[in-house]
Design a protein around this ligand. Structure first.
Ligand code: SF4
Length: 393
């Protein structure tokens, strides 16, 4: 297929595809799926070999958020029966983080619900970062605390944070339909603040919220402009009790096409398969490893993932290897640039990597290319941080 040959050539040269080419990837048929995966896989291997970076989520503060992000089980008015708890103590957070590191994670992502941190919250998280860094040599720490005020990114950096996550989530054009309590511009501003403070910017998206192909291409091109070092791709987890609970819009094949498009647009960036992989890719998860170079190990913020051991077995069975702590994730040309991504730096708010909601789900007989609702695959987290049970790692 000429399209795929062109995209591979561009990806190997780190050249941006056109919008039309990105849209064409999303429009390919299921008959062409393996060709699409193979083509994007060549780009992935060029920049990241067969390495898979493991990341581990620690939900520092769960639920009771005043914001209204429609995809989020922690939002204002959510009736999802998630764990709700206030800030973990540094020692509690460190124990959860240690489980992830022992399971092979090289990055720990510290996430808290809320619009953004107070200065007291930044103090609290700073102590947690210092504790985790003292006890886990070489671990990378990413904070995800929502919208940042002036000076907060610098304080997190001084405390030892390596990165800051704030996702754009969806296109600027559709943002107001997903969240009304803050704006797309607020999110971009926080990603820029993180980058300006010398933190590695992490910003991604959530697919499956009812957006069009054009919206998906818009948000991925916007991310490329912001140039984060890592781009988490979440697939909406339609939690009962959230406005998007009926949004079952993704098939495994569509999820793979979206990941391939992101890889072509962001060839040399850490593309991370985030929340919703078990729910939407299901048995096709191993194929996604040919597209992404990073995943979360174990559970998500408010939902349970597959067993960490199953993640490790999947990586080995598919012929990939877990990236070691002494190996740089990014290609040398990006690592040298302090932080990178697919384009420049901007950002989204806390988009709890892995917890979302959805819209209309059809059940029963499905037309080709449409998705059956699978609420049976959405498991609310009942172990790890905030519980007395051991974390999944
Ligand atoms: S994504 Fe973050 S800001 Fe939005 S509702 Fe969820 S926890 Fe609150």
């Amino acid at each position: 297929m000429d399209l795929l040959n062109t995209l591979v050539d561009k990806g190997l040269r780190r050249e941006l595809p056109t919008r039309e080419e990105a849209l064409a990837v999303l429009a390919t048929s299921d008959d062409d799926l393996l060709d699409v995966v193979a083509a994007a896989g060549k780009v992935r291997r060029q920049w990241f070999g067969r390495r898979v970076k493991l990341n581990y989520l620690v939900n520092l503060k769960s639920g009771l958020c005043p914001e209204d992000c429609s995809y989020c089980s922690q939002r204002l008015g959510s009736t999802a029966e998630i764990l709700k708890y206030t800030w973990l103590k540094p020692d509690e957070a460190s124990q959860a983080a240690a489980a992830g590191v022992a399971g092979g994670a090289k990055r720990v992502c510290l996430v808290a619900s809320g619009r953004g941190p107070t200065d007291r919250d930044v103090d609290r998280v700073s102590k947690t970062i210092e504790t985790i860094k003292e006890r886990n040599e070489g671990v990378e720490v990413c904070a995800c605390l929502g919208l940042l005020s002036d000076g907060q990114a610098e304080r997190l950096r001084e405390a030892g944070a390596d990165a800051y996550n704030h996702n754009l989530n969806t296109s600027e054009g559709t943002y107001g339909g997903i969240t009304t309590t803050h704006t797309y511009a607020d999110r971009v501003d926080t990603v820029r603040k993180a980058h300006a403070a010398g933190l590695s910017a992490c910003s991604g998206l959530i697919a499956g919220m009812g957006e069009s192909d054009e919206d998906l291409v818009d948000v991925v091109f916007a991310l490329r402009e912001l140039d984060p070092d890592s781009v988490p791709v979440n697939f909406l987890i339609p939690f009962e009790g959230t406005p998007l609970a009926k949004e079952w819009n993704l098939t495994p094949q569509r999820a793979l096409r979206i990941l391939a498009m992101v890889r072509f647009v962001c060839p040399d960036v850490e593309v991370r398969l985030a929340g919703g992989r078990e729910v939407h890719l299901r048995t096709l998860q191993p194929l996604a490893l040919h597209l992404v170079n990073s995943i979360f190990l174990g559970d998500y913020l408010t939902s349970e993932g597959q067993a960490g051991k199953a993640d490790l077995e999947m990586i080995a069975d598919a012929g990939f290897e877990v990236e070691g702590a002494d190996t740089a994730t990014l290609p040398a040309h990006r690592a040298d640039a302090a932080s990178g991504g697919c384009g420049s730096h901007g950002g989204g708010g806390c988009a709890p990597c892995g917890d979302s909601a959805g819209e209309t789900g059809e059940t029963g007989e499905q037309a080709a290319g449409t998705s059956a609702a699978r609420p049976d695959l959405v498991a609310v987290r009942r172990r790890g941080a905030g519980t007395g049970l051991a974390p999944n790692a």
